[in-house]
Design a protein around this ligand. Structure first.
Ligand SMILES: NC(=O)C1=CN([C@@H]2O[C@H](COP(=O)(O)OP(=O)(O)OC[C@H]3O[C@@H](n4cnc5c(N)ncnc54)[C@H](OP(=O)(O)O)[C@@H]3O)[C@@H](O)[C@H]2O)C=CC1
Ligand SMILES: O=C(O)[C@@H]1CCC=N1
Length: 276
């Protein structure tokens, strides 16, 4: 348990502990997690009292999780549903899979349950800053989810960052392309700033240092000040100065505004393709 007196997070059955599942688990372990089972064929170990299982076919029959979390690639989920279904008779399922719908996952699990039985599936889109407690997760719960089930998911997700909920499931696909993938866009910015700095003649170590600290420092300023992003941008932009000159290129309608819109629409479209 963590240093505080708060009760541990519920026990989870986490299936898939790669980049995203691993990021969330790092945050949950730091917070304090009731004895849980982690399924991943590539992970070496998990700290006691948690148990590591290599494949869903080896799940311990005696384990009764409070919450099942699906965090494998969308293309890998179908093969695991039969093994997960018995656990989903007694615990809600939280999916972080891009694209996969509540309906599709519910039907997929129900096909391996006794007639009439239905699992409860909640769909979320987290991001990897969860590893350091700075994640952003947006979730959708179907109408049949109970307040208790929603609250349990929110507690687990808010342990690794901020949470929000949407009323319409298809909004999760847009969220996926913005905050789910978004850390990659920000890391790309850091990569490009570094590359350009080197290309323009800076020593590589200095280019790396200023690129990384500019991105992380700007993020920290935005978080701590609470000031609107546009105002923070204006605060850097001296009339007739260097920033204005550079932004006149980046903010041209056919530059970043159009490029980012096209990128996010492409990501959203891909999320919708991954539904089936
Ligand atoms: N990465 C990100 O930033 C984000 C990812 N997501 C979602 O999270 C999910 C996971 O993505 P990511 O973490 O990047 O993927 P990874 O491939 O890094 O992690 C998934 C892990 O689960 C393992 N796995 C899958 N099925 C099984 C199984 N039946 N038994 C044992 N191990 C299994 C995989 O092994 P193997 O490769 O051998 O199958 C892999 O190690 C995806 O659905 C993605 O859409 C959501 C938000 C952000
Ligand atoms: O690239 C992907 O499909 C996943 C979903 C959001 C971030 N990574």
């Amino acid at each position: 348990m963590a240093a505080t007196d708060t009760p541990p997070l519920p026990s989870i059955l986490l299936i898939g502990c790669g980049k995203m599942g691993g990021a969330m688990l790092q945050g949950w372990l730091a917070e304090g997690l009731a004895p849980s089972v982690i399924v991943d064929r590539h992970r070496d170990s998990v700290p006691a009292p948690h148990r590591l299982v290599r494949d869903v076919t080896d799940l311990p029959a005696d384990f009764q999780p409070d919450l099942i979390i699906l965090a494998m690639k969308p293309q890998k989920v179908a093969a695991a549903l039969a093994a997960i279904a018995p656990y989903a008779l007694h615990a809600p399922v939280l999916s972080v899979l891009a694209g996969r719908t509540v309906h599709g996952l519910t039907e997929g699990l129900a096909a391996h349950m006794p007639p009439g039985a239905r699992p409860l599936v909640i769909r979320s889109m987290p991001n990897t800053p969860a590893a350091v407690g700075e994640g952003m997760t947006v979730s959708y719960a179907p109408p049949q989810a109970t307040p208790r089930q929603r609250a349990m998911c929110d507690r687990v997700l808010s342990a690794v960052g901020e949470t929000a909920w949407v009323e319409h499931e298809d909004q999760i696909d847009i969220v996926t392309a913005i905050s789910g993938s978004g850390p990659a866009y920000v890391f790309l910015l850091a990569e490009l700033l570094e590359d350009v700095g080197v290309g323009e003649g800076l020593p590589p170590a200095l280019a790396r240092q200023i690129a990384r600290k500019t991105v992380s420092g700007a993020g920290a300023l935005m978080q701590q000040s609470g000031t609107e992003a546009a105002q923070l941008r204006r605060n850097v932009t001296s009339p007739g100065g260097t920033t204005q000159q550079a932004l006149s290129i980046l903010m041209a309608p056919d530059a970043w505004p159009a490029t980012l819109r096209a990128a996010i629409r492409a990501g959203t479209k891909r999320a919708r393709e991954l539904a089936s």
